[in-house]
Ligand binder design. Sequence first.
Ligand code: GRF
Length: 214
Amino acid sequence: MLASGSGSNLQAILDHFAALGPSAPGEVVLVVSDRAGAGALDRARHAGIATAHLAAREPQRLLPVLREAGVTHVVLAGYLRLIPADVVAAFHGRLVNIHPALLPAFGGPGMYGHHVHEAVVRAGVTTTGATVHFVDERYDEGAVIAQWAIPVHPTDDADAVAARVLAVEHQLYPRCVAALCEGSVRLEHGQVVVAPLLPFERFVPADVPPPHSV
Ligand code: GRF
């Protein structure tokens, strides 16, 4: 996992895989951050997972670090650095990201973290969401695996939207990562192949509409 922030998505994935027990389709073997003080690194250490701190000036170290740890899939969760082209190529179809909006809306340069939710509130839209997508050579436009629409209420500020979206991310992302690891979500010729449909129905919180799998 690659994370720059608090690591709540990392935690959700760890908790989900722990709950699956022996039937978990994989394990988190390494957490990499560009920020030495990232909460994600603390969470990893607490869970007994290897960590690595990679300063922004040394992107060429990322691929060797991943290879040395025996990583098979790369999961980005709030990682703020550009992924080097060699890593994108080496993990084609095995590199995913979560974005806190319904891509392509509210995506692109400068659209990360709180900026996304502030833009959503400013735009006055009534729906936002979370998007899980492959990261490929087109980077910001990688094929979408799943999107989950989330209401924006007229009284919401960016914090309220962020909290609602994050709660959905914690449901959506672990299940997408598990599906990827077990091979039921794949990237073939630039298209996402999902088989069978992801079993989200069981996890839909009461006030949130169900996700759309693509
Ligand atoms: C999430 O909202 C994710 O969508 C975005 O960054 C945030 C990371 O949060 N890319 P956390 O570090 O997992 O708590």
